[in-house]
Design a protein around this ligand. Structure first.
Ligand code: MG
Length: 388
């Protein structure tokens, strides 16, 4: 709810890596933003601390209400005790707020994203799987109800900024950059022996576990290709990927005249987060000044398909259709989980994904209501063929 003084923000997934960074950005501007909704999946302790700190109107925690810590003085503060636990993420998203940040992981964020757009709200979204599985529907809802989708992913945020004010008929391609992840310099023949610990050691970005593993396989970039296709309403062949190890250029747009616009900054999630929170304005000093003279050189190369078979698989899914994209995204959640638990080898991720693709490639377009079903079926299938 806009209380005139503040821009009100709900953060879904507030105890995760992106959620915490969003709250850190909000903390920089206490006079501008007010947190009115929070949700967490498992980290009850941190959620409790956050409720204590922000006193949101509503929150969601799957296990139910959390006990709020109180000191003697808190009894003077009514707000602190009025935070109400709601029944679902979707219900939380239905409550009015100026910006809903979806930083949950996985397809669990789908209906909350839909609910936000159905009330014409601003959806700042880091929840990749939801865009991958339902991007076409989200764009249609954005248009129908007059809301706005603002990607929180660095690459898409950058591309959206490069495209701002440009006529879509002149857009030739958009280009996503990829750092290459934790294993980029490891000889390809050693990939078979990689452990979760090796793959979690990302050279540039400090992110959640799932996305860090997905960066090591470059599946993450494949998901981003599918996301870009939906977010910018472009066919898959107009979305390119280039390796760029310094992560200074985050995204580019190429136009019919051959010109290319790029967005550069010191690598930090803060820029994408604050670009969304301040949209259409800009924040002050979201990231430190970029000193190109000091950086000296920027490197680019084509993705190595032998090292990163998952990228090619995701790009293939993008061309195949929505059934393939939904199934691949679901299967990858299962496989990454199994890899993190030590019950799957690194190289089994792409080989299993390939089987999933062969099985689920037929559905060209999936209705919103069918997404969970395809997702569940793909998980079941993945267990049966990939995870022992
Ligand atoms: Mg990214």
């Amino acid at each position: 709810m806009t209380d005139k003084k503040h821009i009100t923000v709900t953060v879904l997934g507030s105890t995760g890596s992106v959620g915490k960074q969003v709250l850190a950005s909000i903390d920089k501007y206490p006079d501008r933003f007010k947190v009115v909704g929070l949700s967490a999946f498992t980290n009850e302790k941190l959620l409790r601390d956050q409720i204590d700190k922000y006193a949101p109107k509503h929150y969601y925690y799957p296990a139910g209400g959390v006990e709020i810590q109180s000191s003697l003085f808190d009894f003077l503060d009514d707000e602190k005790f009025s935070s109400k636990c709601v029944g679902s993420l979707e219900e939380l998203a239905e409550y009015p707020c100026d910006i809903l940040v979806s930083a949950v992981s996985g397809i669990a964020g789908l209906w909350a994203a839909v609910a936000t757009l159905k009330r014409g709200g601003i959806l700042a979204i880091a929840n990749k799987e939801t865009i991958v599985c339902a991007g076409r529907h989200l764009k249609a809802l954005e248009k129908k109800y007059g809301g706005k989708i603002l990607p929180l992913d660095t690459e898409h945020s950058a591309i959206q900024q490069c495209l701002a004010g440009e006529d879509e008929k002149y857009v030739k391609n958009v280009i996503l950059t990829a750092s290459g992840g934790a294993l980029r310099d490891l000889p390809v023949e050693k990939l078979a022996k990689v452990t979760a610990k090796d793959a979690l050691n990302h050279p540039v970005w400090n992110m959640g576990k799932k996305v860090t593993i997905d960066s090591a396989t470059l599946f993450n970039k494949g998901l981003e290709v599918i996301e870009a296709m939906h977010l910018f309403s472009l066919p898959p062949e107009k979305i390119k990927v280039v390796m760029h190890r310094e992560s200074i250029i985050h995204g580019m747009a190429e136009f019919s005249d051959g010109s290319v616009k790029a967005l550069l900054s010191v690598p930090s999630m803060s820029l994408a987060i604050e670009s969304a929170l301040f949209y259409p304005h800009k924040a002050k000093d979201s990231v430190p000044e970029l000193d190109l003279a000091k950086i000296g050189e920027l490197n680019f190369s084509a993705p190595d398909t032998e090292r990163y078979p998952c990228l090619a698989l995701a790009m293939k899914a993008a061309r195949m259709g929505e059934g393939a994209c939904i199934a691949l995204s679901a299967a990858d959640e299962v496989l990454v989980d199994a890899f993190l638990n030590g019950s799957l080898r690194f190289n089994d991720i792409p080989t299993t994904l390939e089987k999933v693709l062969a099985k689920f490639g037929k559905v060209k377009e999936a209705a919103l209501e069918d997404i969970y079903g395809i997702d569940a079926e793909a998980r079941k299938y993945t267990y049966s063929v990939g995870v022992k």
